[in-house]
Design a binder for this molecule. Structure first.
Ligand SMILES: Cc1cc2nc3c(=O)[nH]c(=O)nc-3n(C[C@H](O)[C@H](O)[C@H](O)COP(=O)(O)OP(=O)(O)OC[C@H]3O[C@@H](n4cnc5c(N)ncnc54)[C@H](O)[C@@H]3O)c2cc1C
Length: 395
């Protein structure tokens, strides 16, 4: 009989795993705590090199290309709005870029034919023995599954229930990130603007939807605990850290007060010495969150493919499959975590001198004779995990 699998989290990794396991004929349920698919802030995610090949193998590349942002270069501006440098599009937008919300919707659409989705519920207890995993939910009746996978992000509930408190595994990089959408009253057309003050990064970008722009905030701040449901406290925290900042900060802080789709979190990493316990495994940010520039989306999708592929190769024997999955995914994930520790400092340098030095460097690098470097850098960063070939039904 086919295995029954419960996946917690309908972000990126969860629906990707549901897609592959559904194709294998497994009985798949995805439980998502949010009442609807979360788009959140409108930030974009990008794919490069081998990651694009994986999208093609899934049969979602055409759909993703149809929603591509087509984002151009991001101009770095001074307080008066004058261009001082630029980040070429290959640096931030890779080979294919799409809004995270559009990607989540595409993955949901491609997986929901072979998987049951339950929105507005979450796992409250997990109890396993050698043969089965018994699960209690906040709202629905208890049920048993052959396997449970926690793909429920940085603040994973499955990880807490099976592996221990988040504090044991989370290290904060000393920065916070926020994103929300605003009307595009800035005349942006497939372009973005970035403004820095020491330890502060502000961005504005607009791509596919000409009516809408995305405001991004990154800032250094000591670790602070938040109630995830307390959006008002998060908004105050952001506003306090941008008080007195120039350029468009006052206008964006005013818009923040009305933002209905705010995404806010710490830049943090997750490190565990194992990603499975018996019949329960972790995937994506729940297992290995790296932070910005750390291939979070690509690795969640590669991890889903690898986990499903190893289950298929081991004929459903989770002991063999979970061990192989971890052996394959650890090297690329650790490489990305190492790379992403510097992302906060790069985006929001601590001093005016460091901001100027970065901007000067990028002015030189993005000049015509040097610009090929970004395409090379972009494909090198993608070489951090090649999809293996598995006996999975391809699209
Ligand atoms: C709304 C949103 C906006 C984001 N925006 C950005 C961004 O602007 N920049 C950036 O770098 N990264 C962002 N991320 C993180 C980025 O999407 C992930 O790093 C990456 O895609 C890895 O995907 P994942 O599936 O592992 O985790 P995620 O994409 O975080 O998905 C996890 C899913 O699990 C759900 N969930 C959480 N807890 C539970 C629970 N207890 N029970 C059931 N479901 C649960 C969440 O609602 C979410 O849908 C965002 C994530 C979300 C959820």
């Amino acid at each position: 009989m086919s295995l029954s699998v419960l996946i917690s989290g309908a972000g990126i990794g969860g629906p990707s795993l549901a897609f592959w396991l559904g194709r294998l004929g497994y009985r798949v349920t995805v439980v998502e705590q949010s009442p609807v698919l979360r788009a959140g802030g409108g930030a974009a995610v990008d794919f490069r090199g081998e990651q694009v090949a994986l999208l093609e193998r899934m049969g979602v590349l055409a759909d993703i290309r149809a929603h591509e942002t087509g984002m151009g270069d991001q101009l770095i501006v001074d307080a008066a709005g004058r261009t001082v440098s630029r980040f070429p599009s290959a640096l931030f937008s890779g080979e294919v870029e799409i809004d995270r919300g559009d990607l989540a919707r595409i993955l949901y659409r491609h997986s929901s034919t072979d998987a049951d989705y339950i929105f507005g519920d979450r796992i409250t207890a997990i109890d396993q023995d050698a043969d089965t995993v018994r699960v209690q939910f906040a709202h629905g009746p208890s049920r048993s599954y052959d396997l449970v996978v926690g793909a429920d992000g940085l603040h994973s509930g499955v990880r807490r229930l099976v592996f221990g408190d988040e504090d044991e595994f989370r290290s904060d990089l000393g920065y916070y990130v926020a994103a929300f959408s605003v009307p595009n009253t800035f005349g942006l057309d497939h372009s973005g603007l970035i403004y820095n003050e020491p330890g502060r990064y502000l961005s504005l970008g607009s791509a596919r939807d000409p009516e809408r722009a995305v405001a991004g905030f990154i800032f250094s701040a000591p670790p602070t605990e938040f109630d995830r449901r307390e959006v008002g406290a998060q908004k105050r925290f952001i506003a306090d850290h941008f008080a007195g900042v120039g350029w468009r900060a006052p206008q964006l802080l005013a818009a923040l007060q009305d933002a209905a789709d705010l995404y806010f979190d710490s830049l943090s990493q997750i490190r565990l010495d194992r990603w499975s316990d018996g019949r329960v495994a972790l995937l994506g940010d729940a297992a290995w969150c790296a932070g910005p520039g750390g291939n979070g989306t690509g690795h969640a999708m590669l991890g889903a493919y690898t986990l499903a592929g190893e289950l298929a190769a081991a004929d459903g024997d989770h002991r063999i499959a979970f061990a192989r999955y971890e052996r394959i995914m650890r090297p690329p994930v650790e490489k990305s975590q190492k790379f992403a520790t510097g992302a906060g400092r790069f985006l929001a340098p601590a001093t005016r001198w460091q901001i100027r030095r970065r901007d000067l460097t990028y002015r030189v690098l993005s000049s015509a004779p040097m610009s090929g470097i970004f395409t090379r850098m972009s494909s090198r960063s993608a070489k951090t995990g090649t999809p293996a070939s598995y006996p999975l039904p391809v699209a």
